[in-house]
Design a protein around this ligand. Structure first.
Ligand SMILES: [Zn+2]
Length: 515
């Protein structure tokens, strides 16, 4: 982290630095040599100087492509009424009482690197803010801790900053969601595929709980034997299975430029004449497992159990109705493909299928608070800027978040979402309504709409439910008051935010090495 005497705004390239962050429409910021990089958020960073003493940096621009983090000396002095002094090689920032707040040493980049004890302060701050093992367990759909740990250490995924210093507690939701049945034997019969789509395991399961809010009653699970990559397709009726499999096969064959060699399934819904004719015309084999010995189809059985367990654990953590089970099956499948499996020697199915390591930087804890930006141009300014939802999953084709709005039972799909995860709260998130008991049939909410709702259609709640009031109070604000340091209230900050950010962006000097 650098102190910069020329920049007029603070910059961070790491989302994990922010105590609060709200998305802004992408704005160009001038970098070195006239190059341009995009700021996509603005928020607050709490910098720990020594244990228990913080400095709050407001209006910090979040610029993922920036190569360095910058503290603007002028913005710092203006906000905290402190004084900066410079000599040929050093820079000091002092409070009016004379106490030293920050110091830096000039580097060849013409920036002052934070020096001495401040680095440890920065580390203390980062250690506090980095997602920990428990957080990644939740981000990866309640994957087992060992798999999360191995993934973090192996480097088989990117975008996975993690604090491994603490032993995670037992997870209630995993016990609730996964402790249900004995395991399916892991013995496999038959040869292993030597290429993608060489062998494909398929199975159709009826969901034991109920018809989903979107009308689904079945799930067709498909797993590629070679890569362990899986697809879960919720279906309304058994008769939908065959056309869904045809569509899936066409998409995969176009994607991989190779054909399915063999389907392996049990004697179920896929043993039909039309399926037989279709396979014959494609020269594809279909192998059936013996009746009542579904362990022979163990691969897909285990997948189904894994997905159901993760889906139950995530739904329990979210505390939302059972009739959203299909959302969580899709989320479980998305995350399982990005979690290492033993049969792939610790690599992820995603890497084995695509040849690239998965980038996990977009993942957030399923069930965390998600504030979806209201993008309705007619949204009056007196309304809050976002609606409070719960993160329930990801759009499969792009990096969009699926967020459940508890009050309206709607699912919003948006890129512009701010999250508060467990490692960012000093206190646990407020509990949602308790999850409905698994054994009691729960009927779908009569007004639950299908699928998803464009964010622009949200009617923003009136001012009496402000977004900012939902976040936990910041300890450093108390500290500021106790220490007699200037303290900016959330309201003042919001006003300053909107006034200052645009102006500072305009004035950002073009000579600073932000790339
Ligand atoms: Zn768990």
């Amino acid at each position: 982290m650098f102190l910069d005497s020329g920049a007029s705004v603070h910059i961070s390239n790491d989302e994990a630095d922010f105590f609060s962050l709200r998305p802004i429409p992408p704005r160009s910021v001038n970098g070195i040599g006239g190059s341009s990089i995009q700021a996509i958020g603005v928020g607050t960073i709490c910098l720990v100087i020594v244990r228990g003493i913080h400095i709050t940096l407001d209006n910090v621009l979040f610029i993922p492509a920036a190569m360095v983090r910058l503290i603007s000396v002028s913005a710092l002095c203006a906000a905290h009424r402190c004084v900066a002094s410079f000599d040929a090689t050093n820079c000091w920032v002092q409070a009016r009482t004379g106490a030293r707040m920050l110091s830096g040493t000039l580097t060849s980049y013409r920036l002052y690197a934070l020096s001495g004890g401040l680095l440890s302060a920065e580390h203390a701050y980062l250690a506090q803010q980095l997602p920990n093992l428990q957080s990644w367990h939740r981000r990866l759909g309640h994957a087992n801790y060992r798999a999360v740990y191995d993934l973090a250490r192996s480097g088989n995924a990117t975008g996975m900053p993690i604090d491994l210093s603490a032993v995670p507690p037992k997870c209630d939701h995993c016990i609730l969601g996964k402790q249900t049945r004995s395991s399916v034997p892991k013995t496999r019969s038959g040869d292993k595929a030597s290429r993608r789509l060489g062998i494909v395991h398929v199975d159709l399961m009826e969901h034991p709980d109920m018809t989903s809010a979107t009308g689904n009653k079945y799930v067709m699970d498909i797993i590629d034997d070679f890569s362990s990559y899986a697809w879960s397709i919720p279906l309304a009726a058994k008769s939908d299975a065959f056309p869904a499999l045809q569509a899936w096969a066409l998409a995969r064959e176009v994607e991989t430029n190779s054909k399915v060699g063999l389907y392996r399934s049990d004697n179920g819904e896929l043993k039909t004449e039309s399926m037989h004719d279709w396979l014959l015309s494609h020269g594809t084999q279909h192998q059936f497992t013996a009746p009542y010995t579904s362990a022979q189809n163990g691969r897909v059985e285990r997948l189904h159990r894994t997905l159901m367990g993760k889906a139950r654990a995530m739904r329990s953590a979210c505390g939302i109705p059972v009739n959203r089970w299909d959302e969580f099956i899709l989320t479980a499948c998305y995350l399982s493909n990005r979690t290492p499996v033993i049969s792939q020697n610790g690599h992820t199915p995603f890497e084995r299928w695509t040849g690239q390591k998965p980038d996990l930087s977009n993942l957030r804890e399923i069930g965390c608070r998600a504030f979806v930006l209201v993008q309705n141009r007619h949204n009056p300014k007196v309304y809050t800027r976002s609606v409070k939802c719960i993160l329930i999953g990801y759009s499969l084709d792009s990096k969009l978040y699926r967020c459940y709005h508890r009050e309206s039972h709607k699912v919003f799909v948006s890129y512009h979402v701010s999250f508060i995860e467990s490692h960012q709260c000093s206190s646990p998130p407020p509990p949602g309504p308790p999850p409905p008991p698994e054994l009691t049939p729960v009927h779908p909410h009569p007004s639950t709409p299908l699928e998803e709702t464009p964010v622009a259609d949200i009617t923003a709640p009136p001012l009496d439910t402000p977004q900012r009031s939902k976040r936990p109070s910041h300890p450093s604000e108390r500290r500021c008051l106790m220490d007699g340091k200037p303290y900016v209230s959330p309201t003042q900050r919001a006003v300053l935010d909107s006034l200052a950010t645009a102006e500072r962006l305009q004035n950002l000097p073009s000579t600073h090495p932000s790339t």
